[in-house]
Design a binder for this molecule. Sequence first.
Ligand SMILES: Cc1cc2nc3c(=O)[nH]c(=O)nc-3n(C[C@H](O)[C@H](O)[C@H](O)COP(=O)(O)O)c2cc1C
Length: 153
Amino acid sequence: MKVGIYYGSETGNSEMLCEDIEAELGDGFDCDIQSLADVDPAAMQKDTFYIIVTSTYGNGDLPSTALPFEEALVEGKPDLNGIRFAIFGLGDMVFAETFAHGSMKLADMMKAQGATQVGERGIHDASGFDMPEDIALPWVQGIMGLMDADQAA
Ligand SMILES: Cc1cc2nc3c(=O)[nH]c(=O)nc-3n(C[C@H](O)[C@H](O)[C@H](O)COP(=O)(O)O)c2cc1C
């Protein structure tokens, strides 16, 4: 299975987590890690499963590297029917009112264009005791289990 692992990041946490996710998935998957800055949503493929990891900045916004992707979604309105994705958000409960809102908004924008979200959004709180990978790696195993069940059905 082709897996596009895409990050929106300001200080590198989301990018590092994508590398951990690729390692967790192992050799059985054809993984491609990209910054959302380099991705055109209109070019997303139905034969690829997308795992998106993004932090939150500003007033609950996406990090600056993901803003062109957001703009291409909102302005370009690409048809994402048949595109499947899972999303993991990094945030910090210090910003309680906007906690992990970037990933929530991005999931909503992709679904508005017809994409299908697989599983629940994963979330990491930088104020908590867990490292991002402590939350994200069990989460991604659960997500891939859902994908397996879907393919077996
Ligand atoms: C200036 C600044 C603003 C932030 N704003 C928010 C926010 O509104 N909501 C939130 O949940 N986290 C917020 N965060 C926390 C980051 O999303 C969190 O530290 C994340 O792990 C950064 O990941 P990255 O290195 O991939 O960008 C903010 C962090 C900084 C430094």
